[in-house]
Design a protein around this ligand. Structure first.
Ligand code: GLN
Length: 247
């Protein structure tokens, strides 16, 4: 089996080690004899995104988001085709914001989003940002998991119809949302950097499973061979202890 990934705007959207997500996917695939092919797509590069099993878009500062938006909007039809053909999409922070209606940057500039979803992102109060470690409880197609990460965003994402999870510690979609991210079976958007996948092997495997399903419709989550997760567990336990919550 093979997993083909396209990391969009890899050169400008890579905040807080979002690249680590790609490294983890690669390792967890290779450890299971699943071939892993990582491609990138920068501004102006010709690519058919529907050829991939997974599209990944990381986080970025307002400046980077503004610079890539004309290119991203020009790919709207192709991204829609990819989603229709079951390419899975993983979006972190700035990338997550751009799949909604719009994002109002800290300088009040309104950036039009891809508008695939109803959610939109307003700017927070002048100079205020949601920053810190975050823990959420999520339900991924029936798989219940506690997810840990780090958030740093000014944007306040509202009108989220299908949140990824309930906030246990930290902020999430907005200062008082109580909910974090977006998941509707086709895209998983989240404010969690950290990066997300190294500390959350269940999410990493879930992303692999959803992506493999494009070419292998009968593939099941349980088909992924268990791996040694001693380090991952240690990293998670440290955080849980610090916040006095259970894993
Ligand atoms: N620039 C966006 C914000 O501040 C996204 C930041 C990020 O990707 N961490 O809300």
């Amino acid at each position: 089996m093979k997993l083909k990934v396209c990391w969009m705007y890899h050169d400008i959207m890579d905040l807080y080690g979002d690249k680590g997500n790609m490294m983890v996917l690669k390792k967890r695939c290779l450890d299971r004899d699943i071939q892993f092919e990582l491609d990138t797509c920068g501004i102006g590069q010709k690519k058919d995104l529907s050829e991939y099993d997974l599209i990944f878009l990381g986080g970025g500062a307002d400046k980077e988001q503004i610079s890539l938006i004309p290119d991203l909007l020009s790919r709207k039809e192709n991204i829609q085709k990819a989603m229709d053909e079951n390419t899975f999409i993983l979006l972190i922070c700035g990338g997550y914001q751009l799949f909604g209606q719009y994002y109002i940057a800290a300088n009040n500039q309104k950036i039009k989003g891809l508008q695939f979803y109803d959610y939109y992102t307003d700017t927070g109060k002048q100079g205020s940002r949601c920053i810190g470690n975050i823990v959420i409880d999520a339900n991924l197609d029936g798989i219940k998991t506690r997810i840990v990460g780090f958030e740093n965003h000014g944007g306040q994402t509202l009108n989220v119809k299908h949140p990824l999870g309930k906030v246990i510690h930290g902020y999430g979609n907005s200062f008082d949302a109580g909910q974090e991210g977006f998941y509707d079976g086709k895209i998983l958007g989240t404010y969690l950097h950290g990066p997300l996948l190294p500390k959350n092997p269940v999410v990493a495997d879930f992303v692999i499973y959803k992506s493999l399903k494009k070419r292998n419709p009968d593939f099941k989550f349980e088909d992924l061979k268990p791996l040694n997760e001693t380090f991952e567990k240690g990293a998670r336990d440290t955080l849980f202890k610090r916040f006095n919550i259970g894993g």
